[in-house]
Design a protein around this ligand. Sequence first.
Ligand code: SF4
Length: 202
Amino acid sequence: MISEWVTTPDALQDFVKEVKFAAENIYLGSETLVPTEKGCQWCKAKPTCPAIRNKVLTDFETVVPETAEPDDLARVMENASLIEAWIKSIRAEVERRLMAGTPVAGYKLVQGKRGNRQWGNPEDAEAALKAMRVKHDQMYDYKLASPTSIAKLVKAEEIGPRQWKKIQELITQSEGSPSVAPESDKRPALNSSADDSDFDKI
Ligand code: SF4
């Protein structure tokens, strides 16, 4: 997909001045780099940026997950996306160097897992299997349409509301597994406290 952006030469010159000013201030030490998940998202300097490296590595030496204080865990959680983004940029940089023929000690490029087998031309395959007299039910895979596909038939009014009501009784849906979310998440918090009444006396 091609992205387009319309600007004017003056706006572009202003942007150049702004970036130059910021870069000079960073270089002279009068401004500091402040890594954030959003701010660093597209930055190509991630693998070499000292600020992001310091931010993500500081806790590696001091925080042990199993014994960490809640405040330490919360701080690292806040940085989790940034840490993941940094690791991702390291992986991408290693791949880029290996692709360019630059060695990275301990790593090499290998062929990835092959894709699923598929018919080059399904019509030719079908004709060949028929010519070989392969049985019909061995040639084709049939399976029941999913509830989601059937719900589309309801929308298309091919299944009526009364039928749909009966069909819905046949549908099950598993609960989502608990997952960690920030306090600001709009879903209600799960109560996960356990006490000894949850266990049978043995
Ligand atoms: S990675 Fe470093 S240089 Fe890039 S935006 Fe983040 S703080 Fe700035």
